[in-house]
Write a protein that binds this ligand. Sequence first.
Ligand code: UD1
Ligand code: CA
Length: 455
Amino acid sequence: MDRATVSLIVLAAGQGTRMNSDLPKVLHPLGAAPMLHHALRAGQSLEPERVVVVAGHGAEAVAKAARAFDESIEVVVQAEQLGTAHAVAQAAPLLADAPGEAVVLYGDTPFIRPETLERMLDLRSRHAVVVLGFEAADPGRYGRLVTQGEELDRIVEWKDATDEERTISLCNSGVICAEAGLLFALVADVGNANAAGEYYLTDVVALARARGLSAGVAICDEAETLGVNTRAQLAAAEAEFQKRARTAALEDGVTLTAPDTVFFALDTFVGRDAIVGPNVVFGPGVTVESGAEIRAFCHLEGCHISRGATVGPFARLRPGAELAEDVHVGNFVEIKNAVLDEGVKVGHLTYLGDAHVGEHTNIGAGTVTCNYDGVMKHRTEIGAHAFIGSDTMLVAPVTVGAHAMTASGSVITENVPAEALALGRARQVTKPGMATRLMEMFRAAKAAKKKKETP
Ligand code: UD1
Ligand code: CA
């Protein structure tokens, strides 16, 4: 079947009062990404022609987050939140003439699955309007779906429902799809004569039926429709996200030694046959190639780890860390904005920032790139097959050539040519027998002090 042309409308204007926050609700982080990105990602699977985000509270920040997800996303501002139909109507000037389907998602409902959206589009061959519903364990204040056999008759909001209607357990998720032109025509007819005084998007079902059109329900698992309204629900959503991410990683052929202790971000990619040890945290923007190993207690963000590389235990990779194949990064090593070519070894207690290290170079324990002078950052260039002695301070900007060595304990302030040995440390002075004499002096001084204090 040909893919339908789709326009996506993501509602994200609400304040989220119950979050008790200055941050707009849809920008609260979930899987190290703004909550909004989760809905956008689900919608993206439909390969939409256009994506319109309806922003309101914190519109500027919401627009920025939307564009960070995808430059081509359009944002309209709903200045006053008069209801979900009013929110959709804000997209009309952009999309009323759009061909194909319009799909409405909520920015605060992160778990709708791409397959579910596909099923909704498929059902459009039988109904003019398709609503996503679910059987609620506790229907609470959800809108109720009033059905007659296969047909969806109307949606009644909890506030407006009769006692009998409130016994219905089939609820509205909020996701809806219809031909774009029809959706906007129906939305234009929605009024606000109801208990909340709002323009309900849910009214489009009854309006479509009044035009002799058919409406239907696609049913999904309740877990997919989990919305976030409070911090407690945000925490529950995070737990749910992590659970799904761990399951997905295991299914993708990643070994997780202790899955419950590994935390993923929305965009984490870990290749097949990679191994991730206990207590590893993935921040945004991490890609780990097949067969790499991340040992226990690592914190990674904005970095790329190639095939055959090992990282940790206890390593921190920050944005711009690029590890080529077979690189070894050991314990208590921090790497930021640095490219490590194939086979580089950085075993212990090291900081590499704003640097490039050539292939098969060995970085000794306690090496520091002194990259920051308090005002500006400077680069360190280290060639291939070099040997940086333990406890070398590389005062950037500085270059160490290929096959060069630095002596342990050196402070390197000048460029080191290829194949040279650089020593940058004070000369050692050795005094025979002096250690014993010194200790005797100290003990005598201590005894004299004690005698003076005791009367
Ligand atoms: C809505 C549905 C209800 C459904 C429930 C599922 C309506 C009238 N009701 O109710 O049937 O069971 O979702 O969670 O649609 N928004 C705007 N602008 C507005 C109003 C809302 O952008 O003017 C956005 C909100 O930010 C939110 C979404 O739309 O992301 C849903 O709004 P909300 O007020 O939470 O709707 P509910 O009352 O929960
Ligand atoms: Ca809600």
